[in-house]
Design a protein around this ligand. Structure first.
Ligand SMILES: NC(=O)c1ccc[n+]([C@@H]2O[C@H](COP(=O)([O-])OP(=O)(O)OC[C@H]3O[C@@H](n4cnc5c(N)ncnc54)[C@H](OP(=O)(O)O)[C@@H]3O)[C@@H](O)[C@H]2O)c1
Length: 271
């Protein structure tokens, strides 16, 4: 191994600590700064962000961009920004970096802290194609030249995860009304999710070509299914926000002439 770059990490929360530890494990010389002073084995702590900017690369992992923005200065040489935000926030930071002569990489972490440093941790990054230190964290994947793309992919992917979790919790509450345990139900749920995943490529293609003909399942039947799920939840005294939200959306698509079309046609309502 040649001479390793010096790296600073700003933010030692759950994720920042995991990132700093992965950098230590990869052999980097690591400096850390956190608002609440904290020590981390193998790293050197500094009292101000400015002291951390002496490093070749500065990795940020703070709770929000609003927290991060005032901490940065043009003394940063290369910024690897792993704080979550919107695409516009990422683009504004890229612009700030360009105006201040700072090399910039925008990344998002599609993993939990416990996966950092393993191949399970996928790190999406955009803009600058240089990986810099991302290899130490997991599997970097470049998603495009626009610096906002990593944040866009991040929110789009999480936007799939949250409704799935909401649907799963609704399902557990529903089957729980008949005494069914998570252990009994979950194997069927994970199998079902794998099956549902196989429908996505065709659905995606249908939205691309606006071809909503279907031999499989019309929107009408799915609106009725969501009505039944909402009613069954209410009959059992459960909150029905999750199915109701989709029921309303699908119903609007149905009223706008998509009843005989596939579920993919709902994208017209979303757009
Ligand atoms: N945890 C995950 O599974 C996960 C997964 C993917 C992405 N991420 C992203 O990683 C980032 C950090 O998440 P986390 O889970 O590490 O959060 P966390 O454990 O809550 O840590 C938040 C960090 O932000 C700092 N901070 C908060 N307010 C601050 C302020 N006003 N001034 C200075 N520092 C401030 C905290 O410092 P103190 O210690 O002083 O409070 C801490 O270092 C987020 O953008 C998150 O979306 C997290």
């Amino acid at each position: 191994m040649g001479i390793k770059k010096t790296v600073s990490v700003l933010g030692l929360g759950r994720m920042g600590s995991a990132l700093a530890t992965a950098l230590v494990n990869a052999g980097y010389d690591v400096t850390v700064w956190n608002r609440t002073p904290k020590s981390l084995p193998g790293t050197r702590s500094v009292a101000t962000p400015e002291e951390a900017f002496e490093a070749d690369v500065v990795v940020t992992c703070l709770s929000t961009y609003d927290v991060q923005r005032p901490l940065l200065s043009k003394n940063v040489k290369t910024l690897v920004n792993l704080t979550s935000g919107t695409p516009e926030e990422a683009r504004a930071t890229a612009k700030w970096a360009q105006d201040n002569g700072v090399e910039y990489v925008d990344g998002v972490i599609m993993a939990v802290p416990q996966q950092i440093g393993t191949k399970q941790a996928r790190i999406l990054f955009s803009g600058n194609e240089n990986h810099h230190v991302l290899d130490a964290f997991g599997e970097p994947v470049h998603v495009g030249a626009d610096a906002g793309l990593a944040a866009l992919y991040d929110l789009a992917l999480l936007g799939i995860m949250w409704p799935v979790f909401g649907g799963y919790l609704q399902a557990l509450a529903l089957v729980g009304t008949a005494g069914v345990t998570p252990q009994q139900f979950t194997p069927l749920a994970t199998d079902w999710l794998a099956t549902v995943g196989t429908f996505l490529p065709e659905m995606g293609e249908a939205t691309q070509h606006k071809n909503y003909e279907t031999e499989v399942s019309a929107l009408d039947i799915n609106v009725e299914g969501l009505r039944l799920l909402t009613r069954a939840s209410e009959e059992q005294g459960l909150d029905a926000t999750v199915p109701q939200a989709l029921h309303h959306l699908f119903q609007r698509a149905q009223s706008n002439g998509h009843g005989a079309h596939s579920i993919a046609s709902v994208i017209e309502e979303i757009r």
